[in-house]
Design a protein around this ligand. Sequence first.
Ligand code: GLU
Length: 483
Amino acid sequence: MAKNGLRVRFAPSPTGYLHVGGARTAIFNWLFARHNRGTFVLRIEDTDVERSTRESENSLVEDLRWLGVDWDEGPDVGGPRGPYRQSDRLEMYRREAETMVEAGVAYPCFCTDDVLEAKRKQAIDSGQSPHYDGTCRSLTPGEVAANRKAEVPEVIRFRVPDGVVGFRDLIRESIELPTDMVGDFVLLRSNGNPTYNFAAALDDHAMGITQVLRGEEHLPNTLRQILIYEALDLPIPQFGHLPLILAEDKSKLSKRHGASSVGELRAMGCLAGAVFNYLVLLGWSHPEEKEILAVGELIEHFTLDRISKSAAVYDRGKLRWMNGQYIRRTPVDELFETADGFFPTEIRETYDTRARRRMLELLHEKIDTLDDLNEKSIPFLNPPRLDDEAKAVLQTREARDVITALETALEQSAGEITAEEFKSAMKRIGKTTGQKGKALFFPIRAALTGSVHGPDLAGVAELKGRKTLLDLLRHARERDSSG
Ligand code: GLU
């Protein structure tokens, strides 16, 4: 499909895993691009050599793909404005930094880390903002040369002008930021690598990015990046700042609030579609407030005017609920491909693939994440793990009678026992024992599954098979008479 001129990007730093905040930024940019038939670019911001790893880049890429986010240009697929990995663009940043120094909008700084750190502490202690104090702002060419000769480590700093930067935010409308919010920031580190702000600003320009959508925490960076564009007399892309994502207690979302990376959500058995859908609702809403939305619908309706200005709350309960909705909407055969890996080892060793597929069918309505299969498949274990309620149920004489009656009924039937046959056996023993409802079903459930609650009993019975059923009934009866 022909693209129009809209170009957006997702620009992760490969220093860890893809977190829900980053994933939401990627998804919003992707939906914005797809809605407008624009171009979505993936750029890897790996200029922090100490913290960036290829392993992290690979896992980011894998998580994005899992979510269904694809890119038109990027390190792996190429494109006309590459390279798309910043470590392959270092020369360009260095050249540009030199030009900026020549033009006087940036300057070399020789302050050592120790001195900077001491001044920073001092500023904080005396209640001032810990900005660079400008020591090297006006070094003479002679002083610069002397420092270089003495091989003092050198960084290049941007000369932040006095004033106010104003821009029209795509989401929050008019924003004004005083430049003294930031000090003279570093463009090029002493190892010759650019800082995030410098590289991102140059690359957004070089890659023709027209809109930058990212989290609100980046506002001070937007200020720095606009200052760079102004100093270089370059066109400024439009910026849109997405609302923060907070934890349920309204604090900043962090590890202690539980699974907050895409990988963790996948590992606990969330479905990609559910995670995608849930993340879109962190700050965006459908015109009719619909919540379960297929990707096609999201693309159709995704406009920036429906992005909220106030913080979104990451509500794990709601994500679980939504995942449950997605699980139930997925046909069992399709779900089984992902779900099968979530059955515990004991189940996998006892039941073959066909039986496990049938088990999933019986549990389909009862799980919200695939991880729930761990617990929900307990009734299928042989022997079952009896819970306290089941133990109590099995104490009574009536329970023993019902169990004995079922044993007799099953012994009479030859061959395997289908769910239908099991049901009719239950009906028959209801008549012969005179028991019904809980008094009939609880002892049998307890004996066969270890609990008085659980999935469809006849379905469980069919999967366990005649011999196991008879063994379990006998065990329960013996256990009962001994205790
Ligand atoms: N690499 C930056 C980050 O991961 C990108 C921020 C931006 O979108 O400009 O936070």
